[in-house]
Design a protein around this ligand. Sequence first.
Ligand SMILES: [Zn+2]
Length: 334
Amino acid sequence: MTMIATCIYCGDDDPAKFSGREHVIPQAFGTFGAKTPTLKCVCDPCNTALGRELDQMLARDTLEGVARYAQGRLSKEMRPQRRLRFTLADQTEAGEMLGAAIAGLDPTTNQLLPLATQLQIENRQTGKTDIFTRAQLGRFTLSDEVYGPPGARKLAIFAPSKDEHDAFLEELNQAGFDMRMAGPSRFDINPSVDETGQTTIGVHIEGTFDQLHRRALAKIFVNFAAFYLGEEVNAARWASLKRFIRYGEGELGARLSNGPFWTGQETETMRFPDAINVRLENHARGIVGVIQFYNRYTYELLLLDGERLNREIAARFEDGEEPTLGIRRAVLAP
Ligand SMILES: [Zn+2]
């Protein structure tokens, strides 16, 4: 007997389109021994398209994506993060450079990239500071409406040396930006040195939990449901969630928290810092997917509004280890 595969995302069942396997947890985050969960029920075109749009973004351009480098999951390609902003966060180390932006993290080494020569200027419309690097020169404009007229702009130039600073200022003026600088030039960083001689520097990383990010996480939940709950995921009630994943159609309720994932098994000091934790559960509002990478933020997504699962499921994935399935323990009355 031959199994006929039907794609859980697009419904295609052409046998010629099922040569690959979809990883439930994107492969960039690890493999899990002989029990790495993979799916035969995702067609090659969906596997490729969603992998490119969602998995790659999640693995390269989110907090959890860069956190995997510290887990030893380094990348072979040098590709700076575009969706994250890294800024110097420690007053003692950064001094006058506090708030200066670092280009990002080198995915091949997990080391910070050098400080980019940059202009920081207050955006009057958003109230935030916009950052333009020297490399972007020629690709940005500074309108009076957004940044105020020359002389009244709140701006600073950060550079790794005085020469770089002066050269960038000159280039900005030649480009017609009329930079009237008041205040000191800034080009000193004093990293902390730990007991092993390793220099460290406090960095603030800022990312946005936007629709693209939600789609990437939602796909993990649908994959997870397909693997552990089987046919359930082909029920009609999953259709709109799949459209959200494939096309970004509609909205998905979501929230972020800092709470422990494995209530009862974890304490303030005992967590599972090397694991990716996933669960599907019934909430008052519907079926909720919960995911946490490396003991950082816990993301909760309302996947199916007003629906319930027959069976809740949770699993812990640690690179190189077989997955551990969680069991929901009955709460005993005192
Ligand atoms: Zn498909």
